[in-house]
Design a binder for this molecule. Structure first.
Ligand SMILES: Nc1ncnc2c1ncn2[C@@H]1O[C@H](COP(=O)(O)OP(=O)(O)O)[C@@H](O)[C@H]1O
Ligand SMILES: [Mg+2]
Length: 226
């Protein structure tokens, strides 16, 4: 199967006063088309650092990250911005919705930045809202949504540009078990149906039966468990 994301000897250090934090130690890692991967591990172990590197939000201290066959380090900053917008969908722990935008505009805004036409956006936004079961919330503001609904809007927003790599940092942290499973199942369906890849950081071991591979992060060291 085709590799969508790869880390070749990637590591990340943060300066911390006179010392250095080795947040991610030298890591080789691959995510293929159609795979949903979970990363578990304690707080402070480097999970968010890995995800930010994978999404080209952070630059590695060393090593090579490739997304869809392109080495991120070889791209100009303009090309990196385009890559983030077109190839990567982020879902964060808190939905991070814009308070003054209606649900449908939260989603179409991201598509507009990627240069999609208004007609295309209207159609794609409506179709995502319907898939996620929140069509009836299209004209609501975030404050009038439940936690689960907000997270579904965040998922729709992450998917509007049909990214090949979906990155989710504790997407179910604010949800109960039933809603959490729904959210993970939605991500999983999307990945399988359209052959993308998704990497999900989670504290919730009850979701692990839904994923293809589990990795554990401990003190900046990533180990494959299944
Ligand atoms: N911007 C930063 N500057 C300095 N240290 C950081 C920064 N971001 C994270 N760290 C440190 O790197 C380590 C890994 O953090 P993080 O990737 O956020 O872990 P996790 O997501 O597993 O909780 C922690 O020791 C954290 O304090
Ligand atoms: Mg984190």
């Amino acid at each position: 199967m085709e590799t969508l994301l790869s880390f070749d000897k990637v590591y990340k250090d943060y300066p911390s006063g006179p010392s250095i934090i080795h947040a991610l130690k030298e890591t080789n890692f691959e995510a293929k088309k159609g795979e949903l991967i979970a990363i578990v591990g304690p707080s402070g172990s480097g999970k968010s650092t890995l995800l930010s590197l994978a999404g080209a939000l952070l630059t590695p201290t060393g090593g090579t990250i490739s997304i869809n066959g392109k080495s991120v380090g070889n791209l100009s900053s303009k090309e990196q911005t385009a890559l983030r917008l077109e190839e990567i969908g982020f879902i964060f722990q808190a939905a991070h919705l814009v308070p003054y935008l209606h649900v449908k505009d939260q989603i179409s805004f991201i598509g507009k930045m990627a240069g999609k036409s208004a007609a295309e956006l209207e159609k794609d936004t409506a179709s995502l809202l319907s898939q996620l079961g929140i069509s009836d919330r299209a004209n609501f503001y975030p404050k009038d949504l439940s936690g689960g609904q907000k997270q579904r809007v965040a998922i729709a927003r992450a998917l509007i540009n049909q990214p090949s790599v979906i990155l989710a940092d504790e997407p179910t942290a604010s949800l109960d078990t039933e809603r959490s499973r729904e959210v993970v199942e939605l991500i999983r369906n999307e990945v399988v149906k359209t052959s993308r890849t998704a990497i999900m950081v989670t504290h919730d071991e009850r979701m692990l039966d839904l994923v293809d591979h589990v990795y554990r992060m401990e003190d900046g060291i990533l180990t494959q468990e299944s």
